[in-house]
Design a protein around this ligand. Structure first.
Ligand code: AVJ
Length: 337
């Protein structure tokens, strides 16, 4: 009896520290239909990488992170573990705003440091998926009894004009190396826009993957168990569902390689045979020749110098940098210039 009422009180109490609100888009973002018209119906064929993450895609991505070959997630996590208290000490933030927070797994490293240093921040996870956001936040308020969370439901590709006002200093975090999914110009535009919503004294903590031995890069996107291949091919199931198309994933093959000239991993789906696909929702057909490819993702790899210059171009000044001994991954701290 006592136990269950205590449990109930705790749930009510922690619920009081958690709420969600929508973030209005600052502009219209292209829909999947738009992106398919622009990217898939013209050559060279491509689609933005953001469409991978339906339920199955998100689960497959989690599985990728657990493969032996995919080093970025565990490298970034260990790095954040090591530098979190330095960062928290430096900024003493009142707010942590995370772009694309997902399951907020790595962010716990920051909260552990906050707890230790008595820096009781308010957390603002920003994600398109409200269900994921609520689930992750409920766990977090249970784990950290001082943590207040306001979930921001929205698409960070639609701009930051309608973010709430954060009173006091804020740490913006953009982890996972997702910045690598953007072309250079897109990355500059995205970061400049973010900078404009930041105030003097705020900081940005960004994770980015580094250029390294080509074999290690290639292996990370070609794991032996074939999880990355399934993740890539799952995009065709997503298209079938959203567009009423009739892709047969077995008639395509996963292909990922490091394009040294562009310093990026490219993931492609290659048609194994000639085939014609109907896109019912768009009233269009696509004729694939054997060997024709769809570029489904770029994942750019940086040097410390190229990272610094990207941030500079976006109006940030360098504050600090953290890397492991093998220099596999970067966490870079920058502030509005
Ligand atoms: C989540 C975008 C950082 O680019 O490495 C993993 C996605 N794609 N394996 C990456 C991904 C294939 C990942 N990011």
């Amino acid at each position: 009896m006592v136990e269950s009422s205590q449990l109930r009180a705790e749930t009510v109490e922690s619920k009081g520290r958690l709420s969600c609100e929508p973030v209005m888009p600052a502009r219209k973002v292209p829909t999947l239909h738009d992106d398919v018209r622009d990217g898939l119906l013209s050559k060279p064929r491509s689609l933005p990488a953001k469409y991978f993450y339906d339920d199955r895609g998100s689960k497959l991505f989690d599985q990728i992170c657990d493969t032996q070959e995919y080093y970025p997630t565990r490298t970034e996590d260990a790095l954040l573990h090591d530098c979190a208290s330095t960062i928290v000490n430096k900024l003493k933030p009142q707010h942590v705003i995370e772009l694309g927070s997902g399951a907020s797994r790595k962010t716990r490293r920051l909260f552990d440091a906050c707890a230790e240093l008595g820096c009781h921040v308010k957390y603002w996870p920003f994600d398109v998926c409200e269900e994921m956001l609520r689930g992750a936040s409920e766990d977090l308020v249970g784990e950290y009894d001082w943590l207040h969370i306001k979930g921001l439901v929205g698409d960070y590709n639609a701009g930051f004009d309608h973010l709430p006002e954060f009173e006091g200093s804020s740490l913006f975090v953009f982890l996972g190396g997702t910045i690598g999914n953007f072309e250079h110009d897109q990355a500059v535009a995205f970061l400049s826009e973010l900078r404009h919503s930041m105030r003097l004294g705020d900081m940005l903590l960004m994770g980015a993957d580094r250029i390294k031995d080509e074999h290690i890069l290639n292996a990370a996107y070609n794991d032996d168990a074939g999880v990355t291949a399934d993740f890539n091919l799952n995009l065709l199931n997503i298209l079938n569902r959203e567009l009423g198309s009739n892709f047969e994933p077995e008639k395509f093959r996963h292909h990922a390689f490091f394009n040294e000239e562009k310093s990026q991993i490219e993931m492609h789906l290659i048609a194994l045979e000639e085939q014609t696909i109907s896109l019912t929702a768009l009233n269009e057909k696509i004729a694939f020749k054997e060997g024709e490819t769809i570029l489904t993702e770029i994942s750019r790899k940086f040097t410390l110098e190229s990272l610094k210059s990207l941030l500079k171009e976006a109006g940030f000044s360098f504050n600090d940098h953290f890397e492991p001994d093998d220099e596999y991954f970067s966490l870079i701290l920058a502030e509005p210039a």
